[in-house]
Write a protein that binds this ligand. Structure first.
Ligand code: SAM
Length: 254
């Protein structure tokens, strides 16, 4: 397998809003500062992580794992705990996100960090599991990106894909999170976390605007399944998750 970069080397500029040098609709750097704070208070986000841990327990140990658009490394961390002997690659174009992941995951010796966009990853055919959670919708040219994910996998390798498909209703999420926080931490606690996590609300609004303008992909469950099948995957299972906003597909590369 060839990999076109050393660790933490920024990707070359070849166009597309996901590149570190070309700001896109979401300021992932700003988002990274509060990403884990609010995620860890979001039961819907935590349920997704539990789903992933449960999935890993159902398959044989993957030797090589990629976490694409891995952000602050929450899924990489689950994989690293479940598969301490596997070779894990976290691919993330935003420097602040990957910095946060690197700090959080410093105790694990089996993780390689790549400050790259998916479209700049050159590996082929050797990976046993590709994880891509809530990142595909934000990438340019999803048809090609699904081809990229397929290219990374050996035949029979797994794609664990979660994607935001429906328009992000910021008021709905705000209400949901506030009520959850209030239940657990009281009114003052909820207000405190909301204040600390205000950047997340701002970036979620930007995501919603990008969905409205068509800069970010929105899809029905059937549209995502069809795109994934067209890229050469067999869909093993599919369900709607994240309060109806996202789709979770477990697939195998044909
Ligand atoms: C909402 S975050 C999800 C992070 C992580 N997967 C999680 O679920 O916690 C989306 C991530 O996708 C990354 N991303 C955006 N465009 C990308 C691209 N073209 N290739 C790889 N990752 C990309 C962003 O930098 C951001 O960190």
């Amino acid at each position: 397998m060839s990999f076109n970069t050393n660790e933490d080397v920024a990707s070359p500029s070849v166009g597309g809003f996901s590149r570190p040098d070309q700001p896109g609709p979401t300021d992932w750097t700003a988002y990274s500062s509060a990403y884990d704070l609010l995620s860890m208070h979001n039961p819907a986000y935590k349920a997704l992580m539990q789903d992933f841990a449960a999935f890993l327990a159902t398959i044989g140990t993957p030797q090589r794992i990629y976490d694409i658009g891995g952000g602050t490394g929450n899924y990489t961390e689950i994989a690293a705990r479940a598969c301490p002997d596997s070779e894990i690659h976290l691919v993330e174009p935003d420097a602040a996100m990957i910095r946060s992941a690197r700090t959080k995951l410093s105790a694990h010796g089996n993780i390689n960090f790549h400050n790259l966009a998916l479209e700049d990853v050159k590996g082929t055919d050797t990976c046993d599991l590709v994880v891509c959670v809530h990142a595909l919708y934000a990438m340019p040219e999803q048809v090609q990106r699904l081809d990229d994910l397929h290219r990374l996998l050996r035949p029979g390798g797994y794609l664990y894909l979660i994607d935001l498909g429906r328009r992000m209703d910021v008021a709905d999420w705000r209400k949901y999170l506030f009520l959850e926080l209030k239940k657990r931490h009281g009114l003052a606690g909820a207000l405190r976390v909301f204040w600390q996590g205000r950047e997340v609300a701002k970036q979620n609004k930007a995501i919603c605007e990008a969905q409205k303008s068509g800069a970010y992909w929105t899809h029905t469950p059937a549209e995502l399944a069809s795109a994934v099948s067209n890229a050469g995957f067999e869909v093993i299972s599919q369900k709607t998750v994240y309060r109806g906003y996202s789709d979770l597909l477990v697939c195998r590369a044909k």
